[in-house]
Design a protein. Structure first.
Lengths: 256, 488
C-alpha cells in the first residue's frame, strides 16, 4: 500500500438539519501524529468518530491501510455492511474523552478484554503483553485495581493501554485531557508524546494547542464542518494564514 | 451465556420428565380419573394419621370401580374448579357430594343418588325467632354460591352472602355477621363433631327439602351407565349401607330420617398434635414443589424477561411490539386468571399440560412479564459510552451484552428482581388450583381434616417467611458482591 496510511475523502455527515461535516478530506502518513483543532461545534470530534464509524458518515470514503469503506454505496443495514464497518474499526484504537473503562473489570482485565475475547489470543501471551503495556503507561502496580480506585489521569492511561493492546494501525484520541483536572493533564500528554516518539500513527482532537504545536507533525483547523487550514504544526499554529485560524488561536491562547 | 443455556436445557429436561411421569401400564383395566376435594370430611379427606385419602365418597367410588372393573386415579382439586376440570377432561368423574339439580342434570351425566341429606338451619347459639324456612324472610344467610342450599335460602326470601365452604359460613354466624346458614345436616353435624363448637347450633329443619348427591360424568360418557349399574348392585348387596354405617352410623345412601352420627371413629386431636402431624407434610410440600417450581419458573422467566427487554430495545417495530403486548397482558391480568387459562382453558384448544408444566408455564410467563421492564431499565442504565468502548475493541452485539452490559445491568436489576423472586415464592400458593400439592395445599388438607385454621395457617406463613427471609439474606450478599466495583 502506497500513499498515506489513513485517507478520508469527501466526508459528509448531518444530524437532522444540522450539516456537521461538509466534505472533509484528511490524509495521515504512517508514523506521524495529526492534531485536529477548532472551536466547539466545528465537527472535529465527528470527523474523528467517523474514522472508526462510531458516527456513520452519510457519504464519502474512509480508508485505513488496505480497508476502505464507501459510505455512499454502503447498504443502510445488514450483515455485509456490518462486516465492512467491523473490518474498518479493527484498524484503529480509540481513546475517549470520558475514558469509558469497563467499571466491573480490573485494570488488567480492561486491557485483556480485546486481545483475549475478540482477537482470541492465547491468555498467557496476552497477559505478558498487557503487563508490559501497563508498565509502559506507568501503571504496572495498578493491574488488579478497579477503575474507580484510580485518578482521572490514571484511568485515561488505562484507556490508552486498552486501545494499544489490540495493536491497531492508528490510534484515535478524542479530547483525551478535556475531562481531567489541570494537574493530571501532563501525565496523559506525556504518554501520547512517547507513542509519537515510538513511531505510532495517531490522530488527536485536542484543545491543548501548545502540545499540538510540539508533538504533532500535521495540524488541521476545522470550522463549520470544513477544513479551513492544514499544514505542518509550526506553520498552522505558529504562522496561520487564514483569518479564522488566527482569530481562533488568539482567542484560545490569549483569552484575556 | 453458556450457563444460561445450560440452565435452560436442564429446565426443559425437568419439565419433560415431569410431564412424562405417568403410572406404569402393566395393569390393563381402564383408568378413570376421579376429581375430589380431599378437604371435605367426612366425605373426602385425608386421614390425619395415615395421610391416605379416605371418606364416604372415596369408599363409594372405590366400590363402584371394583364392581365396574376400573382402575382409579384420584385428582384432588378445590370444588370451585372441579367442574372446569371435568369439562377440560383432566378428570372423568366427580365424587364429591355433587347435589342433583335441574341445571346440572342438563349439563352433566349424573348417576343415581348415593347420598340423601336433609336441609337444616344453623344459627348462633341462643338465637330466638329462627326455627323454620319461613323465619328466614328478610334475614341474611351465608351460603356457598354454587350449592343447592343457596337457592333454597333465596327462595325463602333470605339475602344470601356468598362464602367458600361451611367453616367460613360458621365463622360469620358465630360472629353475628349473618343470621343463619342453610346446609345439609351431614356437613353441619360433621363440623360440630370435629370442632366441638358450642357457638352455633341447629335451629330446625329447612322444610322437608331433601338433597340428593350423585357422581358426575361428562354428558354422553358411557361410563355413566357402568357406574349406575354398579351403584344398583352395591345397593342391592348392602355395600352402600355398610359404607354409610361406617361414617354416619346411619344409612344415608337411601331416603332417611336425618339422624346421623358423624363421629365415624374419628377421634379429636389436640391442636398441638395436629400441627405436629401437619408440619412434615407441609415441609415436604415446600421442598418438593414450592421451592423447585419457584427456581425453575424464575430461571425461565428471567430468560423470557431478557428476551423481551432486548426485543423492546431492538428498535425493530414488530419485535418490540410483540414484547410490549406480552408485558402489557401479563401485567394487566391477575395471576390466578393466567393459571386458569393455562390449566383449564388451553385443553379446550387441544393443549393439555400436566399440573407441573402448566404451573411452570404460567408462573414463568408471569415472571417474564414483570421482570422484562426491570431488565430493560437496567440495560438502559448502562452508559452509552460502554457500548461504544465495546464496539471500538471489536465486540459484536452478543459479546457486548454478555461481557459488558449484563454484568453492569445486574447491579441495578438485583434489588427489584429479588422482589419479583420473593413475590413468586408466595404466588406459588395459588398453585393448589392447578392440582399441585405444594406447601399451602398441605396446610389446607390438614386444616380441613382437623377443622382448625389459625395454628396451621400460621405454620404455613412461618415456612414462607423463613424462605423469603433467607432470600433477602442472599440478596444482601449478592448486592455487596456486585457493588465491589463501585466507589462507596
Amino acid at each position: 500500500m502506497t500513499g498515506p496510511l489513513v485517507r478520508a475523502a469527501g466526508v459528509h455527515k448531518s444530524f437532522g438539519d444540522h450539516h456537521v461535516l461538509r466534505g472533509v478530506d484528511l490524509d495521515v502518513d504512517a508514523g506521524t501524529t495529526t492534531a485536529i483543532i477548532g472551536p466547539s461545534g466545528s465537527g472535529k470530534t465527528t470527523i474523528l468518530r467517523s474514522l472508526n464509524v462510531l458516527e456513520r458518515p452519510d457519504s464519502g470514503t474512509i480508508r485505513i491501510d488496505d480497508v476502505e469503506v464507501d459510505f455512499a454505496t454502503l447498504p443502510p443495514k445488514g450483515g455485509a455492511a456490518g462486516q465492512q464497518i467491523a473490518a474498518l474499526r479493527a484498524q484503529s484504537g480509540m481513546v475517549f474523552q470520558a475514558h469509558n473503562l469497563f467499571p466491573h473489570k480490573t485494570v488488567i482485565q480492561n486491557v485483556l478484554e480485546g486481545p483475549v475475547q475478540v482477537q482470541k489470543r492465547p491468555l498467557e501471551q496476552a497477559v505478558d503483553e498487557a503487563t508490559a503495556l501497563l508498565d509502559q503507561v506507568g501503571l504496572g502496580d495498578k493491574a488488579d485495581q478497579y477503575p474507580f480506585q484510580l485518578s482521572g489521569g490514571q484511568q485515561q492511561r488505562v484507556g490508552i493501554a486498552r486501545a494499544l493492546a489490540l495493536k491497531p494501525r492508528v490510534m484515535l484520541f478524542d479530547e483525551p485531557t478535556s475531562a481531567l483536572d489541570p494537574e493530571l493533564v501532563g501525565e496523559v500528554l506525556s504518554v501520547i508524546k512517547d507513542l509519537a516518539a515510538e513511531g505510532w500513527t495517531s490522530v488527536l482532537v485536542t484543545h491543548e494547542i501548545r502540545f499540538a504545536e510540539h508533538v504533532a507533525d500535521q495540524v488541521l483547523f476545522l470550522d463549520h464542518g470544513v477544513v479551513v487550514e492544514r499544514g505542518p504544526s509550526a506553520q498552522v499554529i505558529g504562522d496561520p494564514r487564514e483569518e479564522r485560524t488566527q482569530q481562533f488561536l488568539k482567542r484560545i491562547l490569549d483569552p484575556a | 451465556m453458556r450457563h444460561v443455556l445450560r440452565a435452560f436445557a436442564l429446565v426443559l429436561l425437568m419439565v419433560a420428565v415431569a410431564s412424562s411421569c405417568t403410572t406404569d401400564g402393566s395393569d390393563d383395566r381402564p383408568v378413570v380419573r376421579v376429581g375430589t376435594e380431599g378437604t371435605y370430611p367426612p366425605f373426602s379427606f385425608h386421614d390425619p394419621d395415615s395421610k391416605q385419602l379416605t371418606g364416604y365418597d372415596i369408599d363409594v367410588i372405590k366400590a363402584v370401580a371394583k364392581q365396574a372393573g376400573w382402575r382409579l386415579e384420584f385428582v384432588e382439586t378445590q370444588f370451585d374448579a372441579i367442574f372446569a376440570a371435568l369439562q377440560a377432561k383432566r378428570i372423568d368423574v366427580i365424587a364429591n357430594q355433587v347435589s342433583i339439580n335441574p341445571e346440572r342434570e342438563g349439563k352433566y351425566g349424573l348417576s343415581s343418588a348415593y347420598t340423601y341429606s336433609h336441609g337444616v338451619i344453623v344459627v348462633k347459639k341462643g338465637t330466638k325467632g329462627i326455627t323454620s324456612l319461613a323465619d328466614l324472610k328478610g334475614r341474611t344467610t351465608a351460603q356457598s354460591t354454587t350449592s343447592n342450599w343457596s337457592a333454597v335460602a333465596k327462595k325463602a326470601g333470605a339475602k344470601v352472602e356468598g362464602v367458600e365452604g361451611f367453616a367460613q359460613a360458621a365463622a360469620l354466624v358465630s360472629q353475628g355477621r349473618v343470621d343463619a346458614i342453610v346446609n345439609d345436616n351431614i356437613a353441619v353435624l360433621d363440623y360440630l363433631n370435629t370442632t366441638g363448637s358450642d357457638k352455633i347450633e341447629i335451629a330446625g329443619n329447612a322444610g322437608d327439602e331433601v338433597s340428593k348427591q350423585a357422581l358426575a360424568f361428562r354428558k354422553g360418557d358411557p361410563r355413566l351407565e357402568e357406574a349406575d349399574r354398579a351403584l344398583q348392585e352395591l345397593r342391592a348387596d348392602g355395600t352402600l349401607t355398610k359404607i354409610s354405617q361406617k361414617y354416619f352410623k346411619a344409612d344415608v345412601s337411601a331416603a332417611n330420617d336425618g339422624t346421623v352420627d358423624v363421629s365415624g371413629g374419628r377421634k379429636g386431636k389436640s391442636d398441638a398434635d395436629t400441627v405436629k402431624d401437619a408440619a412434615w407434610p407441609m415441609l415436604r410440600g415446600l421442598l418438593k414443589a414450592t421451592i423447585p417450581i419457584t427456581i425453575i419458573s424464575f430461571a425461565i422467566g428471567l430468560a423470557l424477561a431478557v428476551a423481551a427487554a432486548l426485543a423492546r430495545l431492538s428498535g425493530k417495530l414488530l419485535l418490540s411490539g410483540i414484547a410490549r403486548t406480552y408485558v402489557s397482558i401479563i401485567r394487566g391480568t391477575p395471576l390466578l386468571v393466567q393459571l386458569f387459562i393455562v390449566f383449564y382453558g388451553l385443553p379446550e384448544i387441544g393443549i393439555d399440560l400436566a399440573p407441573w408444566p402448566a404451573a411452570i408455564l404460567a408462573l414463568s410467563l408471569n415472571v417474564g412479564g414483570y421482570a422484562a421492564e426491570i431488565v430493560r431499565s437496567a440495560i438502559l442504565s448502562v452508559p452509552r459510552g460502554q457500548f461504544e468502548a465495546a464496539s471500538t475493541i471489536g465486540m459484536g452485539y452478543w459479546q457486548t451484552m454478555r461481557r459488558i452490559v449484563f454484568p453492569q445491568a445486574a447491579r441495578i436489576a438485583v434489588p427489584p428482581l429479588s422482589n419479583t423472586l420473593i413475590s413468586l415464592v408466595k404466588d406459588t400458593s395459588l398453585l393448589s388450583v392447578v392440582l399441585v400439592t405444594e406447601l399451602f395445599r398441605e396446610a389446607v388438607y390438614a386444616a380441613s381434616a382437623a377443622q382448625i385454621f389459625m395454628p396451621l395457617y400460621t405454620v404455613a406463613a412461618l415456612y414462607y417467611w423463613i424462605v423469603c427471609a433467607g432470600l433477602s439474606l442472599v440478596q444482601g450478599r449478592l448486592e455487596t458482591r456486585l457493588n465491589r466495583f463501585v466507589a462507596s
